[in-house]
Ligand binder design. Structure first.
Ligand code: HEM
Length: 435
């Protein structure tokens, strides 16, 4: 069975909601910073503005929503109870929120002390999360491939954060040399291993469950995570020992894993049994198209010895693949949790013989209206296309790209806040009827 849905284990709504709503706020901040600083900020990969925007997106949007989704999915998909969920979610969310904001501000305002504060906050948040999630996963009796991949993803997060903090020490203290040779490894462990592995692990369960499709092939689920992780280890070895041939081989293996995942996902989506159009499906297709485009352009450029713009790779990986996937999943996860909580409350009332106190729970598709989501998808798609053009011709496309990106993130924030408002209204209705 693809998912051992343990619905009774679902944590309170506020646990995932605080993380998921914070994500587009950081997306919007990133877009506004880009709009403010203009195309000069992408003149090379090390401008402080670009590093700030990168971390507003990778920490503020990606890590934020991925931790929030895990707080929800670990209990529901893996049947694991997180003790005192509200307390722990605050303990992780507050330092992650502040740490991401402060790290970006440190680069934007060039204040060395802020790097130190950000390192402590982020280090604390990730350590608490990694310890709790790893301990729970190791004790879980669930043996779905997702469990092993989530453990590998957590290890990758630990390596990414460790390298990030090590790199940031150089920004906080001028005597400490900047280990720039670690930057490529840091970003690969973050984007390919942590984000990539977690997205795959979740896709194996949520695509068949929500899109009503066939399962991913068993061999894919069994080996893909390990192959990708081994490729990352050998890439790290190649960097440390300066082995050119190992570097090329590991890069080919990594690109092969990502392309195989993208093509298999296209195939699995093709087996969808429902005919009605679905918003999350569009996001999955766009994310997989970006991932395929990224791996193919990367492979071609490596073979033909072309120099690709760094910004283009970042756009395809961060915006095109990772943010698109998570944005699409938000449209399933948030309505699902709301529907779940309201239905459970109604069921409890029925069991207590208080049928008249029940509230009307709409279909999941109505909790965030389809048209609102569709408009947000259109803005997101146009912003991706414009950002790709901006990486080639920044003077012409940078401002329009970042403006549309800001609109896309603001619309996502609006849609999520509306869903939260809807939930709160229904819960108040329930409480009023019971008193
Ligand atoms: C504890 C958290 C983190 C800290 C303190 C941190 C710190 C840093 C620092 C100091 C750099 C600049 C490196 C240099 O100047 O050579 C950097 C670059 C980068 N980091 Fe992080 N980072 C963290 C987490 C992450 C995560 C989770 C991701 C991805 C999911 C990520 C992705 C990147 C990327 C893409 C770059 C850009 C490098 C480039 O443009 O070439 N970081 N990080």
């Amino acid at each position: 069975m693809h998912a051992d849905l343990s619905l009774q284990q679902s944590p309170p709504f506020s646990v995932p909601a605080r993380f998921l709503v914070s994500a587009p706020l950081f997306g919007l901040i990133a877009a506004l910073v880009m709009l403010w600083h203009g195309p000069e900020m992408i003149s090379n990969r090390w401008t402080p503005e670009l590093l700030a925007v990168t971390h507003f997106l990778t920490l503020g949007f990606l890590a934020m929503s991925m931790l929030g989704a895990m707080m929800q999915l670990l209990p529901v998909l893996m049947g694991m109870v997180i003790p005192r969920p509200v307390f722990f979610s605050r303990l992780i969310h507050i330092p992650l929120f502040l740490g991401s904001a402060i790290l970006g501000t440190a680069w934007l305002m060039n204040i060395t002390q802020l790097f130190i504060i950000a390192m402590f906050l982020l280090g604390f948040s990730f350590t608490v999360f990694i310890i709790i999630a790893t301990e729970r996963l190791l004790r879980s009796k669930n043996r779905h491939a997702t469990r092993g991949m989530m453990l590998l993803a957590l290890l990758a997060l630990f390596i990414t954060a460790g390298m990030g903090i090590y790199l940031a020490i150089a920004y906080s203290s001028p005597e400490f040399p900047l280990a720039r040779h670690l930057s490529n490894l840091h970003l690969s462990w973050g984007l390919v291993a942590w984000a990539g592995l977690l997205i795959m692990a979740v896709a194996y369960q949520v695509i068949p469950m929500f899109q009503i499709t066939d399962e991913y092939p068993a061999i894919h689920q069994r080996w893909m995570g390990w192959l990708l992780f081994i490729a990352m280890l050998s890439l790290s070895l190649a960097y440390s020992l300066q082995l050119e041939i190992l570097h090329t081989l590991s890069t080919i293996l990594l690109a092969g894993c990502l392309l195989t995942f993208a093509l298999t996902t296209f195939w699995v989506l093709q087996t969808r049994r429902r005919q009605i159009p679905d918003l999350t499906m569009k996001f999955w297709q766009l994310a997989m198209a970006s991932l395929s485009a990224l791996t193919l352009t990367w492979a071609t450029a490596t073979l033909l010895d072309w120099k690709l713009p760094d910004f283009l790779i970042g756009v395809l990986m961060i915006h095109g693949f990772a943010i698109t996937t998570i944005n699409g999943m938000m449209y399933k996860i948030i309505p699902f949790i709301i529907w779940l909580h309201l239905s459970t409350r109604n069921k409890n009332l029925r069991d207590q013989g208080e049928r008249s106190s029940q509230v009307k729970v709409p279909h999941m598709r109505k909790i965030i209206p389809e048209t609102a989501g569709l408009w947000q998808f259109r803005f997101h798609l146009v912003s991706l296309l414009l950002l790709i053009l901006a990486s080639l011709w920044p003077q012409w496309f940078f401002y329009s790209a970042t403006l549309v990106f800001a609109v896309a993130q603001a619309t996502l924030l609006f849609n999520l806040l509306n869903a939260v408002h809807f939930y709160k209204t229904k819960i108040t209705e329930l409480s009023n009827q019971q008193t």
